[in-house]
Design a protein around this ligand. Structure first.
Ligand code: FE
Ligand code: ZN
Ligand code: FE
Length: 307
């Protein structure tokens, strides 16, 4: 099932209507302004409208992405405390909306080292899960590009966290193709993608994978830099996407585009172009990537509210 990260500007349900217009089966949203620490509670009518549109569309597997301010591994105790409260609040918002999955980047150790960072992150997660014991949304740790001091760029980090957390049944994983390539995993061929998934299954566990982020990468393998590119127009390339889209085991898993928004030079929405490519790959059809010279333009054309 395909989806895209879409804006809630103008109302939460606007993301659902935009997903409908793109013929998507699911969507990813921020449930609030992701650049502020606090958010006003939802208005009841906004929640009702979201529920009614989601049920009209039959969207049962909606995904939310957490705020970038959150750092569960922060060295500063007050920042960590705020992060714990914010993430707990986001889990509650997901439950109010009936959103099943909350994707989080977790944290960055800020120079303290990965072992210390992971220890803090585990401790913070314990607190988040304890504070939200009655909540249903699954918290999905995202594989990161390992930019700066970000944790979660090795499958082993995710395993260490999941193993240590008591309420591990409430944890899942979101695998982002751009991030794992930037982190160093060789997914540039179908064989490489298959081998990387086998590694994931062995280290993290097959059933933990609850969400996929399908993004190509502007930066090469091992760069540890997180810059998303359109499908087939970056260093990941089509084989990885072809492999993923043809897997029966992923058929019911939300596969979310977080590629730049806006219009391509041919006047079509980039989301539509990227989605067409994924659907062709899923059907085993050939895909041709059109070259537009204008692409050499600014590397980052995504609006501010796209991961
Ligand atoms: Fe992502
Ligand atoms: Zn990213
Ligand atoms: Fe993300």
């Amino acid at each position: 099932m395909f989806g895209s990260h879409l804006s809630i500007a103008g109302g939460l349900h606007q993301a659902l209507l935009a997903a409908e217009a793109l013929h998507l089966q699911t969507v990813q949203i921020f449930t609030r302004n992701q650049r502020q620490w606090t958010a006003p509670p939802f208005r009841q009518d906004a929640v009702l409208q979201f529920h009614s549109e989601a049920s009209r569309l039959g969207f049962g597997q909606i995904v939310a992405h957490d705020s970038y301010l959150i750092n569960l591994a922060a060295g500063d105790a007050s920042l960590r405390r705020r992060s714990i409260a914010a993430l707990a609040g986001e889990l509650e918002r997901c439950d109010q909306l009936g959103v099943g999955f909350l994707v989080t980047h977790g944290g960055a150790h800020g120079g303290a080292g990965e072992t210390a960072g992971l220890r803090r992150m585990i401790d913070s997660l314990e607190r988040v899960l304890k504070q939200t014991a009655s909540r249903n949304a699954i918290l999905c740790l995202e594989t990161t590009a390992g930019q700066g001091t970000a944790l979660g760029w090795k499958f082993e980090h995710l395993r260490a966290i999941i193993e240590a957390v008591r309420a591990e049944h409430r944890l899942g994983v979101c695998l982002d193709t751009c991030h794992i390539l930037a982190a160093g995993y060789d997914i540039t061929t179908e064989r490489g993608m298959a081998a990387t998934l086998r590694q994931f299954d062995r280290i993290v566990g097959r059933d933990r994978l609850r969400v996929l982020h399908l993004n190509d990468s502007l930066k090469p393998r091992g760069s540890r830099v997180d810059r998303h590119a359109h499908i087939g127009r970056g260093y990941v390339g089509l084989p990885a996407f072809s492999y993923i889209c043809r897997q029966k085991r992923f058929a019911a898993i939300p596969k979310i585009l977080e590629t730049p928004k806006g219009f391509a030079p041919n006047g079509r929405l980039w989301d539509q172009i990227n989605l067409d490519i994924l659907e062709k790959l899923a059907a085993g059809k050939p895909v041709r990537i059109r070259s537009w010279r204008v692409e050499k333009g600014p590397a980052r054309s995504a609006p501010a509210d796209v991961p």
